[in-house]
Write a protein of this length. Structure first.
Length: 390
């Protein structure tokens, strides 16, 4: 009776316990720094740049695997990874050839290969944005006549120019239909390009947009020429975001346009990673102070996952500027379906048994009730629900 009572108590809190987690990703070489610039929808893949082998090298980090360098030309001078598709397969960025010229690159992380997307006849181009399924890439490429143009790339159509000289694309919507960036006309003007419409949104740089392109974020400049984060919403125009009275940048936005991440300078603290929601602006160092008890700091938030759960960027950890992955809801209690197959079965039972006795805040789904230890309580939940969904 006593054990049954304990089981009922465990089940009564199932689904209500959660915790957050921060993972410092390290570098490609011992002691080297890194910065994260892209994250998959499930948070299990992160891409960015790390110092290694005397170069800046594009990396891919996978949960359970760690950080690895992405392939590049044999004579390359370095590489950069700027974003990744929602499923973590396709990565976009650049490789510096032996002449130190940027080349548009799309990597297939599954096959370990990459494609040079080309240019408009010029020597250089860079890829920055990618759609959710990886079928559309956005960036800029030089023409043979000299000017560079923002582009939208697909496998079937190749590079398609925005038609606006001296334009540069930073992002593309999840559905691949909207491209955002900057157009020098003659000063910096944020733009949204969709179909046959190239629309300037105001002074500044547009870095990212929501899934359907109706929300755009980036940086603008006030009357004192101070850099300010902005959000542009269809039907409402461009508005500066609240900050801490100093410089601020909005780098990315969730698919639904509700959560924006970036950085802001805070008096007495310096540059800090921040998040904007309907409630206003918050310093992520304050919001997740319990995860930073070792003295680490989050200096910038560069990307947010489609659902707004995972945030990546760069922080200061153990004396090194290092990429991080912040899971704002790392552990959600569940019914014992550890591998998320839809069926609570032998595989789930074995996973808990093999992890039995493990402790910490990075256990994953084997910590079924999210109490920081894999123990009898987790095993009982699996047994109680055994066969469910099968």
């Amino acid at each position: 009776m006593r054990n049954f009572t304990c089981l009922i108590a465990v089940l009564s809190i199932l689904g209500t316990v959660s915790a957050q987690r921060i993972t410092w990703l390290g570098g490609l070489a011992a002691g080297s720094g890194s910065a994260a610039w892209g994250v998959s929808a499930d948070g299990r893949t992160v891409v960015g740049v790390s110092g290694a082998f005397g170069q800046r090298r594009a990396f891919i980090w996978r949960e359970g695997v760690g950080m690895q360098a992405l392939p590049q030309f044999d004579d390359a001078a370095g590489s950069e990874a700027w974003n990744v598709s929602d499923d973590g397969r396709y990565v976009v960025g650049t490789i510096l050839n032996s002449n130190w010229q940027y080349q548009n690159i799309c990597w297939d992380a599954q096959t370990g290969t990459f494609v040079n997307l080309g240019t408009f006849g010029g020597a250089e181009g860079r890829a920055f944005g990618i759609s959710a399924d990886g079928s559309v890439v956005a960036g800029y490429a030089f023409s043979s006549a000299g000017p560079y143009f923002a582009y939208r790339w697909t496998a079937d159509g190749g590079l398609i120019s925005s038609g606006a000289a001296y334009s540069w694309a930073y992002g593309v919507s999840a559905d691949g239909q909207t491209v955002v960036g900057v157009h020098y006309n003659p000063g910096a003007r944020a733009f949204r390009w969709r179909g046959g419409s190239f629309e300037e949104l105001g002074v500044g740089f547009a870095y990212a947009c929501s899934a359907n392109g109706s929300v755009v974020v980036g940086v603008t400049f006030n009357n004192s020429n101070q850099q300010k984060a902005f959000v542009w919403r269809e039907g409402h125009g461009l508005q500066t975001l609240p900050d801490f009275g100093n410089v601020a940048t909005a780098n990315d936005v969730s698919d639904d346009g509700a959560v924006i991440v970036g950085e802001a300078t805070i008096a007495g603290s310096g540059r800090r990673a921040v998040r904007w929601t309907n409630a206003g602006v918050e310093d992520l160092n304050t919001a997740y102070a319990s995860l930073l008890a070792d003295g680490s700091t989050l200096t910038t938030a560069t990307r947010i996952s489609a659902n707004g759960r995972f945030i990546v960027g760069m922080g200061r950890h153990q004396g090194v500027d290092q990429a991080y992955l912040l899971d704002t809801q790392a552990c959600t209690a569940h019914n014992g379906d550890v591998d998320e197959s839809g069926c609570v079965d032998d595989a789930d039972l074995l996973a808990v048994l093999f992890a039995f006795g493990g402790t910490g805040d990075s256990l994953g789904r084997v910590d079924v009730n999210c109490d920081g230890v894999v123990d009898d309580a987790d095993l009982l939940i699996v047994l109680f629900n055994f066969g469910q969904g099968c």
